[in-house]
Write a protein that binds this ligand. Structure first.
Ligand SMILES: CC(C)(COP(=O)(O)OP(=O)(O)OC[C@H]1O[C@@H](n2cnc3c(N)ncnc32)[C@H](O)[C@@H]1OP(=O)(O)O)[C@@H](O)C(=O)NCCC(=O)NCCS
Length: 170
């Protein structure tokens, strides 16, 4: 049987549970919160669906969002976050499709530059290759990016990495 085509669209409130079942996040509320931010015009959460399966995702954060980063402020750009493609779907162009969709959303929101931070470790080599291919160029860094992700039980999970900030002129 042939696989369903990839469909890229904004995440809707009624799809959050289905999204979480195939692409789980660190807590049950994160994506409902993102949909709220999207409804307020402060973010866009795109998901690439293959049938009922969430194969890829990425978020755009716009100026005015409470999590708009110091780097995005410094560069005066909209910011791409949390791009990911599920293992079985990698190297099929889905990451590129998600980023192209986020760039269109940024342009529609009036941004002429988009930025993102990428960690400098070995695990992020595919992401660095992807961003380089799509025209993202070094803007500033390195800097330490740290966050505390809070799980459903209230326990905090610290995450940190040494990152560079890349920017693309749209
Ligand atoms: C990075 C990631 C999103 C790429 O998604 P993807 O759907 O596989 O990417 P694409 O198929 O669109 O790849 C486009 C190009 O990126 C580069 N690329 C992607 N994965 C690569 C890899 N593993 N090694 C080298 N280059 C790679 C290639 O140039 C590729 O073009 P090609 O396949 O014609 O050679 C995916 O590997 C991923 O989810 N990684 C883990 C999460 C992550 O690191 N997210 C980024 C956080 S900053």
């Amino acid at each position: 049987m042939s696989e369903a085509p990839v469909e890229l669209r904004r995440l809707r409130a009624e799809e959050v549970a289905r999204f979480q079942s195939t692409m789980p996040s660190w807590n049950a509320h994160e994506y409902a919160h993102r949909v709220e931010m999207q409804e307020r015009g402060l973010a866009v959460q795109l998901v690439a669906w293959v049938g009922d399966v969430a194969a890829g995702r990425g978020m755009l954060v716009l100026a005015g969002h409470p999590e708009w980063s110091a780097s995005a402020f410094r560069e005066g750009c909209a910011e791409i976050r949390d791009v990911g493609v599920a293992d079985p779907f990698r190297r099929r162009g889905i990451g590129s499709l998600v980023i192209a969709g986020l760039e269109r959303e940024a342009a529609d929101a009036g941004a002429d530059r988009v930025g993102l931070s990428v960690a400098l470790g070995l695990d992020e080599a595919p992401a660095r290759a992807l961003y380089e291919k799509l025209g993202y160029r070094f803007a500033h860094g390195p800097f330490v990016q740290a966050a505390r992700l809070v799980g459903d039980d209230g326990a905090g999970m610290p995450v940190a990495g040494v990152c560079s900030y890349l920017v693309k002129q749209l």
